[in-house]
Write a protein that binds this ligand. Structure first.
Ligand code: HEC
Length: 147
C-alpha cells in the first residue's frame, strides 16, 4: 500500500498537469502533441493499474507506448521546431543534435519494451521499477529537447 502511494506521488511530480493548450497547432505538430497527450494518459493508466495489480492493462499500455517510440522520429520534420512555429515546444537541439535525440528516443523505446516483458511476470516490484525507467526516459528527453 505504501509502495503504491509512493508510485503515485512520484508520477504526479514527474508529470504536473500541463495547463497550456494546443489550440492553433496544426499538421504534424498537432499530431505529435496528440500522441504525447496519449502517452501521458497511458502513463496515468499504468500508474492506476499498479495500484490495482492489473498487469494485463500495463502490458497493453506499454505496447502502445512502444509503438509510438518506434515511429516518433517521423513526427519531427525540419521546419517544425518551436523557433519556427510558436505553437510548438520542440527545441532546436532536436535538429542540431540529431544523434542525441535518436538516443533519447531509443531509451524510451527500450524502457517501454522492457515494461512489456516485465509486466508479464506480474511482479509488482519489478514492474514498478520498470515503469519508473519509462517515466525517466520521458523526463530525460523533455529536459534536453523540450523548451
Ligand atoms: C525523445 C524525446 C521524448 C520522449 C521520449 C518523450 N517526449 Fe514528450 N515531448 C517531447 C517533445 C520534443 C515535446 C514538445 C513537442 C512540441 O511541442 O512540438 C513533448 C511534449 C510532450 C507533452 C505536451 C504535448 C502537448 O500537448 O503540447 C506531453 C504531455 C508529453 N510530451 C508527455 C510525454 C510522456 C508521458 C512521455 C513518456 C511516456 C514522453 N512525453 C516521452 C519529447 C519527448
Amino acid at each position: 500500500m505504501y509502495k503504491c502511494k509512493f508510485v503515485l506521488i512520484f508520477f504526479l511530480i514527474s508529470f504536473p498537469f500541463f495547463s497550456y493548450s494546443n489550440e492553433g497547432a496544426t499538421g504534424i505538430i498537432k499530431e505529435r502533441m496528440d500522441k504525447f497527450q496519449e502517452s501521458k494518459n497511458l502513463m496515468r493508466t499504468i500508474n492506476r493499474s499498479l495500484s490495482d495489480n492489473n498487469f494485463n492493462v500495463i502490458t497493453k499500455s506499454a505496447e502502445k507506448l512502444n509503438t509510438w517510440a518506434n515511429k516518433m522520429h517521423k513526427y519531427f520534420p525540419k521546419g517544425s521546431e518551436a523557433s519556427i512555429s510558436n505553437k510548438s515546444e520542440a527545441s532546436n537541439d532536436i535538429w542540431s543534435k540529431p544523434e542525441d535525440f535518436k538516443k533519447a528516443i531509443k531509451k524510451f523505446e527500450i524502457a517501454s519494451a522492457k515494461l512489456i516483458e516485465i509486466s508479464k511476470n506480474k511482479s509488482i516490484d519489478d514492474t514498478v521499477s520498470s515503469f519508473r525507467e519509462v517515466a525517466a526516459s520521458c523526463k530525460g528527453c523533455h529536459k534536453q529537447f523540450r523548451n
